[in-house]
Design a protein around this ligand. Structure first.
Ligand SMILES: NC(=O)c1ncn([C@@H]2O[C@H](COP(=O)(O)O)[C@@H](O)[C@H]2O)c1NC=O
Length: 190
């Protein structure tokens, strides 16, 4: 099954995977404490505005993951004290689904040590939920919050586990843990 990009978040742990049919030559890099999806050196040039963005940002005592430029305003709102639910709802609604050939949804999650919140804005819905177990939302097919068995206990395991999840066209992934010691992130580029 092809589900496109997806996030998984649960209390204290989260991950993000790029799956892509159209732009497979991409990787996650660490830049200024954030993880960013960028084209690899051998990628075809493109003017598609949706293929490069921060996919993981620390925010206050937590972290934000997502599939596009909305990650930045979600993180900024969390840093300004918005509850995760409100930060996700406001930023997702403001930016709305992507204006591409597929009306691709924007997906995102906020991971805090004891809580996690997941969201998606689609052409037909805005869904934001606090979740108590690892939960996935994807751009296609699984485009509503769905339980996902993530047994990882570290950021690097989380990144590897979502990269290896049984969905087509894996490209690259990021993982994060949040606990009393802070935010730890990791990259898995296959
Ligand atoms: N975030 C991403 O990494 C990303 N990659 C591709 N897209 C969008 O989704 C469309 C479909 O891409 P694909 O065929 O790779 O699933 C692309 O034309 C682009 O507009 C993205 N936008 C949202 O997921």
């Amino acid at each position: 099954m092809y589900v496109g990009r997806f996030v998984v978040v649960g209390p204290g742990i989260g991950a993000y995977r790029v799956s892509s049919r159209s732009f497979p030559n991409r990787e996650v890099v660490e830049r200024d404490g954030m993880l960013t999806v960028v084209p690899t050196a051998d990628a075809e040039p493109t003017d598609n505005p949706y293929v490069s963005y921060n996919c993981l940002r620390p925010a206050d005592a937590g972290a934000v993951v997502g599939n596009g430029s909305h990650v930045d305003p979600v993180a900024e709102k969390v840093e300004r004290g918005y509850p995760a639910r409100d930060a996700l709802a406001e930023a997702l609604l403001a930016m709305d689904y992507e204006k591409d050939d597929y009306d691709t949804p924007r997906v995102a999650g906020v991971v805090e040590a004891e809580t996690a919140t997941i969201g998606v804005v689609r052409r037909d819905a805005l869904l934001v939920e606090e979740v108590s177990e690892p939960t996935l939302v994807a751009t296609y097919e699984k485009n509503a919050p769905t339980p996902f068995a993530l047994d990882a206990v570290s950021a690097s395991e989380a990144a590897r586990d979502v990269y290896e999840a049984d969905f087509e066209h894996a490209v690259c992934a990021a993982g994060v843990t949040v606990d009393g010691g802070g935010v730890t992130s990791a990259v898995y580029n296959g």
